[in-house]
Design a protein around this ligand. Structure first.
Ligand code: HEM
Length: 273
């Protein structure tokens, strides 16, 4: 099972949801470690142009990040320290961990300057490299109004002494980790065919280069298994999806999903004509 099921018990809202990060818990490892890193290695081999994006401005922060990852492993996960190869330092860092890694550099604005993202959730790294935070989030309805200024200000203020983390979730019809197809259609079938996908994201400033490291750890669980384990899961899932504004429902691929899932909603929705 997955360690986070972040279904809020109140109507859906777009929010930062940042929490202070315990230094020892920056990176998370679990029993899927070997599998996840093998999947990343094969994507690095076969899909490199889609999972790696590197700009010159990201080179020094990536080298610093590799050192920071190695120090972190030596301190908190000594059994995971492994020899480093000769690839780009960000690729070498990504080979050591389960997280995807993004490096944001402050130029005219915060821009994505280097990234290894093997497990995107319906977005294409090639369309985001070099982009500002606002440009990256262009497809997210309501981001500009609700989060544009607060996220920029958070990045400006983030200090090297304390990191932060947040969670994000959605529903997909595949357990596959590499989902770069940007189409956001609603999952077909029903609960038995669906997967609950959670991203644990962390933010840390690198002390020397001043870049911000954004990590994305992806957890996937069968929605049916989560429903079996928690009698409130389906109700909370439906409430979140149904309470999101229509533009968010369309963006997330949730249109009609709550109605299909929850007989109470089916009964109360208007009959088909
Ligand atoms: C505090 C910082 C941030 C917040 C609050 C935030 C918030 C969000 C939210 C609410 C979404 C909509 C996705 C969903 O709900 O499923 C989103 C999507 C996304 N975010 Fe962020 N985000 C942050 C930082 C970043 C950073 C640093 C990156 C750098 C790569 C990033 C990359 C993305 C991408 C690629 C998407 C998908 C956009 C698309 O559909 O094309 N986010 N973010």
């Amino acid at each position: 099972m997955i360690p986070y099921v972040p279904l809020e018990r109140r109507p859906f809202r777009l929010h930062m949801g940042l929490r202070p990060l315990e230094p020892s818990r920056w990176l998370e490892f679990d029993e899927d470690d070997a599998c996840v890193r093998a999947r990343r290695a094969s994507l690095l081999d076969q899909e490199r142009a889609r999972v790696v994006a590197l700009e010159e401005a990201g080179r020094a922060p990536s080298a610093e990040l590799l050192e920071v990852v190695l120090d972190h492993l030596a301190r908190w996960h000594p059994e995971r320290v492994a020899p480093v190869g000769g690839d780009h330092p960000l690729v070498e860092a990504a080979r050591l961990v389960e997280e995807d890694l993004c490096v944001m550099v402050r130029e005219d604005a915060w821009r994505l300057c280097a990234a290894v993202v093997c497990f995107p959730s319906r977005w294409d790294l090639r369309q985001k490299i070099g982009a500002t935070l606002r440009e990256i989030h262009g497809p997210v309805p309501g981001y500009e109004a609700a989060l544009g200024d607060p996220v920029d200000a958070f990045f400006d203020r983030l200090g090297a002494a304390r990191g932060y983390w947040r969670l994000n979730w959605t529903l997909l019809e595949t357990p596959e980790l590499f989902v770069p197809d940007v189409a956001r259609t609603a999952p077909g079938g029903d609960l038995a065919d669906w997967y609950f996908r959670v991203e644990r994201q962390t933010f840390r400033r690198l002390p020397v280069t001043g870049a911000v490291v954004f990590t994305i750890r992806t957890y996937v669980a069968s929605a049916a298994a989560l429903a079996d384990g928690d009698p409130d899961f389906v109700g909370a899932l439906c409430d979140q999806m149904a309470s999101a504004p229509p533009a968010i429902q369309a963006y997330k691929g949730w249109v009609g999903v709550a109605e299909r899932l929850d007989p109470r909603r089916r009964a109360s929705s208007p009959p088909d004509r």
